[in-house]
Design a protein around this ligand. Structure first.
Ligand SMILES: [Zn+2]
Length: 239
């Protein structure tokens, strides 16, 4: 069982990078992790969400020890892959068998899911588990919405590219029914404002118009204004 105090680098191919405990390669924790690598022991990895809050991931396996960089590489969730890692000889070079490459797609899916879980947990924590539009406080009904979609440039899974939104407001934001200005004002699309319908439309959507976005207490976690600007431009185009 080991924890990471800082945001972790997740590499393509299913590997996480874990920095050595301070104290060099012979620090007992680092020696213990190296031993776990040798024995292929499954471990639980705790990814930092915010101070004192972690997301548990298991099983994970240490597959590489890069002493000059003081880094261990950690493989997530794919027990079968561990058997496919082989040392190429002396030194730090490691190569993987064909089976590894064949299965890499599966691992990338696991990594993508992990990215999403970490993103969701970090964004919800930043907003104290409430919807940034309507203050709804039920985590089961909350999502982390991307301001710039995750397949586009700048669509990184980081808190300033996220908004904690309830399911209905997430869908309304994604489908450009509701937009957010770079000054953190919520705007409902004109044609939607003209519509007549029941309480969901009236209270849930129309009344959000021109309200202020609810922001995280930590300013570093506020939505990136440039990203909001790019996104709001798109919203205006379809309005
Ligand atoms: Zn909401």
């Amino acid at each position: 069982m080991f924890t990471s105090p800082y945001p972790d680098t997740i590499l393509m191919g299913g590997l996480l990078e874990y920095h050595y405990r301070k104290g060099g390669p012979h620090h007992r924790d680092n020696v213990g992790l190296r031993e776990a690598m040798r024995r292929k022991t499954p471990l639980i990895y705790f990814l930092g969400i915010e101070p004192g809050k972690y997301l548990a991931e298991w099983p994970v396996f240490i597959v590489e020890d890069i002493q000059h960089a003081e880094i261990f590489r950690v493989l997530i969730d794919e027990k079968n892959l561990v058997e496919n890692f082989q040392r190429s000889g002396p030194g730090e070079v490691l190569y993987a068998s064909e089976e590894y490459y064949r299965r890499r797609y599966v691992t990338n899916q696991a990594i993508a899911r992990l990215h999403q879980r970490v993103f969701r947990a970090r964004v919800l924590a930043a907003y104290q588990e409430q919807c940034a539009f309507c203050r709804l406080r039920h985590p089961q009904l909350l999502d982390a919405a991307h301001i710039i979609p995750d397949k586009e440039e700048g669509g990184d899974p980081v808190i300033p590219n996220g908004l904690s939104l309830c399911k209905i407001h997430h869908a309304a934001f994604d489908s450009n029914i509701i937009g957010v200005t770079p000054n953190y004002q919520i705007i409902v699309r004109e044609d939607i404002l003209q519509e007549l319908d029941g309480p969901m439309l009236r209270y849930g959507i129309q009344q959000m118009h021109k309200q202020k976005l609810i922001l995280p207490s930590n300013k570093d976690h506020w939505p990136d204004r440039q990203k909001l600007e790019i996104r709001f431009k798109k919203f205006k185009e379809v309005s």
